[in-house]
Design a protein around this ligand. Structure first.
Ligand SMILES: O=C(O)CCC(=O)C(=O)O
Ligand SMILES: [Fe+2]
Length: 299
């Protein structure tokens, strides 16, 4: 769902300068979260906007939101620290920002690399449905993507699909196979705050409609899977595509995905990226969030 910022709130936010954030290990410091909340709660309609955001992510039928911060990005500059602090403050209203990568800052650049595996993060091709950090026992509750620059050639719409709805459309036989520990994906190296490496894992590890649908369609191409497991995973991948929504993120759009409900991906960028100067290519900033309870309910 799209969430616009009321114009009186926008005006108040542009006039604010939030302090720089502090870290507590890999996470945003509680003191910063409290500081940001205190300042922002004094702005008109902030509390109500944050409540709308939480409802979109955790309410009945919800699971993702696009917070439209484009006017703020335009007023402050999309890569300006003041804008990033405001986006961080909205994120902190959902759950605690943290970095699973010890040597990376909280916001991780996702640019465009023409030489990379086209189907992976920052590649130029189709980025198939997945959850982030799928092979940790405790993946981030939320993954978030802040659009600094869309593809100047006009490609790369985001895709989202309700994972539990897709599972519910599968046959019982496929669901039973997906509940077996027959899946694995990728490497697990030097990651913090996402539990242990999970290998092999079941795609379905909660009751109907519950828990993570621990899936990445990338495993179909890149991993050796048993025939039965591969077939069930392919059926799930097809249902995810059947149920997908897609939209183009614009500058300042902030996509927040509840990983317990929705899986995400991205259509291919427009061809011809090698002719676009690196500094003009699509740029997102990625940030992960963890709920206090680890159950996915908002803060
Ligand atoms: O480029 C995008 O829009 C999505 C990137 C993504 O999902 C990821 O890097 O995990
Ligand atoms: Fe992702």
């Amino acid at each position: 769902m799209l969430i616009d910022i009321p114009s009186d709130l926008e005006a108040a936010l542009v006039a604010l300068t939030l302090p720089t954030w502090k870290l507590d290990g890999p996470a945003l410091a509680t003191s910063t979260m409290e500081e940001y909340r205190t300042v922002l709660t004094a702005s008109p309609r902030f509390a109500e906007t944050a409540a709308t955001l939480r409802r979109a992510l955790t309410g009945e039928g919800g699971g993702y939101a696009v917070l439209r911060l484009g006017n703020l990005a335009q007023a402050l500059g999309a890569d300006d620290e003041r804008f990033l602090r405001l986006a961080m403050a909205f994120a902190a209203e959902v759950a605690t920002p943290f970095s699973p990568f010890p040597r990376w800052p909280l916001w991780k650049d996702i640019g465009v690399k023409v030489d990379k595996d086209p189907g992976k993060s920052s590649g130029i091709g189709y980025n198939a449905f997945h959850m982030d950090l799928v092979n940790g026992t405790l993946p981030p509750d939320y993954t978030t993507l802040l659009c600094i620059r869309p593809d100047p050639l006009g490609g790369g719409p985001s895709i989202l699909s309700d994972a539990h709805a897709a599972v519910a459309r599968l046959s019982e036989d496929h669901r039973a196979v997906l509940a077996e520990s027959g899946y694995h994906y990728g490497t697990f190296y030097d990651l913090h705050g996402v539990g242990e490496e999970y290998k092999p894992f079941p795609i379905l590890d909660g009751g109907p409609g519950e828990g993570f649908v621990r899936f990445t369609a990338k495993m179909l191409e890149r991993c050796e899977l048993g025939q039965e497991h591969a077939d069930a995973a392919r059926a799930l991948a097809e249902e995810l595509v059947q149920g997908q929504v897609s939209f183009m993120l614009q500058t300042g759009d902030y996509l927040i995905v509840n990983q317990r409900r929705f899986l995400h991906g991205r259509e291919a960028l427009q061809s011809g990226q090698e002719n676009v100067p690196a500094a003009d290519r699509r740029l997102l900033l990625q940030l992960f969030l963890r709920t206090a309870s680890g159950t996915g309910s908002a803060a």
